[in-house]
Write a protein that binds this ligand. Structure first.
Ligand code: GLU
Length: 213
């Protein structure tokens, strides 16, 4: 189980997301990735291996979004390569996940039968596709996530970023930790409070655990 970070910020957050992922490196990982919104559109950068590989991609191809999610992956389902690295995305949303979706095979078969095309070998992609599918039926982001969560078996922490939603992330957890931090005009999600530790230039962040798992 590796690292999740989410930041709703006031200026470009990709540097802060990578810094927070670095504070989670102690947990171990095999690949890393980040998603932000550029003019409301989802943009991703992902890389196999060390965070420095992701940083190189960000240097070559920067992200300017003021909201973002990031992930360090310890592969449980699917090879540790760039395709399987999180965030996983559809045209509507991007999601990062720690843990295991135990019933992903059944969900994948069900969604494939309804026309969803899968790109990765991961259990996590079913979450992206399931929530997207529910949104296509007319549900908004919150209602779609609320409808999707009871269908997931296993232990998980999740952070969702939605196209066109510049000031809004959804975090959810069941049997895995996810901390929420409140800064000065900024809000954070993280796998642990360490991920939310403020940089010296930022005001202190209060953290609290989310509701019962
Ligand atoms: N089960 C997911 C995967 O293999 C998440 C693993 C993790 O917690 O990093 O991609």
């Amino acid at each position: 189980m590796c690292g999740i970070v989410g930041i709703v910020g006031r200026e470009a957050v990709s540097g802060q997301v990578v810094d927070a992922l670095r504070r989670l490196e102690y947990r171990g990982y095999d690949s890393a990735g980040i998603a932000t919104l550029e003019a409301g559109r989802l943009e991703r950068r992902r890389a196999e291996g060390k965070l420095s590989n992701l940083q190189l991609k960000l240097l070559q191809n920067p992200l300017a979004g003021a909201i973002g999610i990031g992930h360090t992956r310890w592969a449980t389902h699917g090879r540790p390569n760039e395709t399987n690295a999180h965030p996983h995305a559809t045209e509507r949303l991007a999601v990062v996940h720690n843990g295991i979706i135990e019933n992903f095979r059944e969900l994948k078969a069900e969604l494939a039968a309804q026309g969803c095309a899968f790109e990765t070998e991961t259990d996590t992609e079913v979450v992206a596709q399931l929530v997207s599918h529910l949104m296509r039926t007319g549900l908004g982001p919150v209602a779609a996530v609320e409808a999707a969560l009871p269908r997931l078996r296993g232990a998980f922490a999740l952070a969702f970023l939605f196209a066109g939603q510049e000031d809004f992330l959804i975090g959810a957890r069941h049997g895995a930790p996810l901390a929420v931090g409140f800064g000065d005009g900024e809000t954070y999600l993280g796998s642990d409070a360490l991920a939310l530790a403020p940089s010296p230039t930022r005001s202190p962040i209060s953290t609290r655990a989310t509701g019962p798992s």
